[in-house]
Design a binder for this molecule. Structure first.
Ligand code: FE2
Length: 278
């Protein structure tokens, strides 16, 4: 599934771009299904916003209980001062999470393929569990920034054994908010942990050094490309101020051989599953 030089690059850089991993038609089917889910969603009077600026303060029950649900989070810029929607619902949603892969048959099919199972094995994730999925819209004009972070801040395992799969469902360029990553940054340790404490969360800073933004490289990709991210590699995306959306689908896998702490924000009432039904 992976050539030796690809695996070596992944280990060296902490990320790897696999061109054309998914058929264009599969990307379009996922987009169409996401559109249907949004059309069927009736937003509450005060929708929940997703922003990485101040996630600890904005955490609410709707977010905390979304680990084994399909829930909808809005762009900060989509809401007016009273929490109402400024524009069309379909152009206001930041993301859908976090168990699309378990609850929706279209997402389940996209997420559980022999190719992904083989890729995960080639990456060395032993006994993989599909812990989290997100459909990310990065809306035209208002798609918010995602500050520099490590995914292991939000999904920590002991020992660290998390891999993120980032599927480009549309072309992603610097002007519509593509990912940027810091090559080799995964070898510099975990900088912070987003910790759940009952019904609240907080950010525990383990290492306060700032990221060296200068070394970040843009990962411009085409529809169907897959970016594999080590759970420790620092990455970000800038706001989308362009007229083009930048839809992506992400899957986060952990190893069942690592401990999954009760202090991770994402807790499920139904256990996470691997690529097959056990
Ligand atoms: Fe991330």
């Amino acid at each position: 599934m992976l050539r030796a030089d690809q695996l070596e690059r992944f280990r060296r850089d902490g990320f790897l771009v696999l061109d054309g991993f998914v058929e264009g038609a599969a990307c379009d089917a996922l987009r169409a299904r996401a559109e249907e889910l949004v059309a069927g969603f009736d937003p509450p009077a005060r929708p929940t916003v997703f922003t990485t600026d101040d996630q600890a303060r904005k955490t609410d029950d709707y977010f905390l209980d979304s680990g084994d649900q399909i829930r909808f989070f809005f762009e900060d810029g989509a809401l007016d001062d009273d929490g109402g929607l400024r524009g069309a619902k379909a152009r206001s949603i930041n993301k859908i999470g976090h168990a699309l892969h378990d609850l929706d048959p279209t997402f389940d099919r996209f997420s559980r393929t022999p190719e992904l199972e083989a890729l995960t094995a080639a990456l060395g994730v032993e006994d993989p569990l599909l812990m989290q999925s997100m459909y990310i819209f990065k809306q035209p004009f208002i798609g918010g920034e995602v500050g520099c972070h490590q995914d292991a801040t939000y999904l920590h395992t002991e020992p660290e054994a998390m891999v993120g799969l980032w599927f480009a469902l549309e072309d992603a360029r610097t002007d519509n908010g593509c990912l940027w990553a810091l090559p080799g940054g995964h070898r510099d340790g975990l900088r912070s942990r987003f910790v759940r404490d009952g019904r609240t969360t907080r950010l525990d800073v383990l290492d306060a050094r700032p990221w060296g933004d200068a070394g970040l490289v843009p990962l411009e990709v085409n529809r169907g490309d897959l970016i594999v991210l080590d759970g420790l590699v620092p990455h970000l995306s800038h706001p989308n101020r362009s007229p083009a959306s930048r839809h992506a689908y992400t899957l986060h896998l952990v190893s069942a051989t690592s401990a999954y702490p009760a202090t991770n924000w994402l807790q499920r009432r139904t256990p996470a599953r691997g690529f097959r039904i056990r």
